[in-house]
Design a protein around this ligand. Structure first.
Ligand code: UDP
Ligand code: MG
Length: 309
């Protein structure tokens, strides 16, 4: 019996050409279930909202939440989770890189007891080598530093049981690296494989600069080891400096004739130490920024309007 409710959450930002094909493919994959389709419009500047409204007039299971402005992908996803009423909630991208056809497979695994079903990209022909490589480096890096293992080749295309969604909604954290938070909960996991397609229309909203920010955010949310590394770097360079002092004093006393005061060593030393200090201050700054944002307690998003909700 398919008596459960399935919620689908889709953050959208300037995706006007993708809305219609997306809804078509989703609805034909899931119309045997009792479902709701929640679009979270993250301050789109094109006709995305009009496209969605048109569809939600024809089908009241298609719902829309619109933000005042762009608050970011993770904020939009969090908002979707807040409003989703389903027994299980699937999140996916609007650009058809995530094929909705595998949702029934995810639901089967959920029915067998998994609380989280990740869609794992076994092949990513749709993403270029650069994106694949940077993603790989990032996940390896974060997994070396973090105490919470974050699964690789997994994005925001996943099914969550309502228990996990409730857990996410209960978190008061402002900065939300959802991939990490989902993994942090330690719920039973299953995987479904898929091939990541090319973006249907439009171009990515994650250029390198945004990817770096996303990565730094994830890293500082899930690990304090960079602070430890900064301390270790401090100790190391201080030790080297201490040895240098001994060397200089002994040299002055025992080899006065050969002792030439060179500026190269001085220059290198200053540059190196200056660099280490700046990096260290930068690392501390990252965490202070985090604390600052948490203390401000500003809302994660502001809602302008809701349709069918
Ligand atoms: N997105 C969003 N807010 C943003 C950027 C992106 O809601 O500020 C949405 C976007 O519409 C898409 C999903 O997040 O549904 C993933 O974005 P994109 O496809 O650009 O990222 P990529 O797949 O290239 O990593
Ligand atoms: Mg995409």
């Amino acid at each position: 019996m398919n008596t459960f409710l399935l919620s689908i959450v889709i953050p959208v930002f300037n995706e006007k050409e993708n809305i219609l094909p997306l809804i078509g493919r989703i609805v034909s994959s899931i119309d045997r279930y009792n479902y709701e389709l929640i679009f979270v419009n993250d301050g789109s500047l094109d006709n995305t909202v009009e496209e969605i409204k048109l569809q939600s007039k024809k089908n009241n299971k298609i719902k829309l939440i619109s933000f005042n402005r762009n608050f970011g992908h993770q904020a939009a996803l969090s908002c979707g989770y807040n409003f989703a009423k389903g027994d299980c909630v699937v999140s996916l991208d609007a650009d058809l890189q995530d094929p909705p056809e595998i949702i029934p497979e995810m639901i089967d695994k959920w029915k067998k007891g998994a609380k989280i079903v990740y869609a794992r990209r076994d092949r990513r022909q749709g993403d270029n080598l650069f994106k694949r490589l940077t993603a790989k480096i990032f996940y390896q890096f974060i997994n070396t530093l973090s105490d919470t293992p974050i699964p690789q080749e997994v994005g925001d295309f996943r099914l969550l049981d309502k228990e996990v969604v409730r857990f996410l909604n209960s978190l008061t954290e402002h900065s939300r690296f959802l991939r990490g938070l989902v993994a942090w909960g330690g719920y039973p996991i299953e995987y479904v494989s898929f091939e990541r397609d090319k973006r249907n229309a439009g171009s990515t909203h994650y250029p390198l600069s945004k990817m770096v920010n996303f990565a730094l955010d994830g890293l500082t949310s899930f690990s304090t080891k960079p602070l430890r590394l900064a301390s270790i770097a401090g100790f190391l360079s201080a030790s080297i400096g201490f040895l240098g002092i001994i060397y200089a004093v002994l040299g002055k006393i025992f080899l006065p004739a050969y002792w030439v005061s060179g500026w190269t060593a001085l220059f290198v030393g200053i540059m190196f130490l200056g660099g280490v200090q700046l990096i260290t201050i930068g690392i501390i700054g990252e965490y202070i920024t985090k604390i600052y944002r948490e203390i401000q307690k500003r809302p994660q998003y502001l809602i302008k309007e809701k349709v069918n909700l």
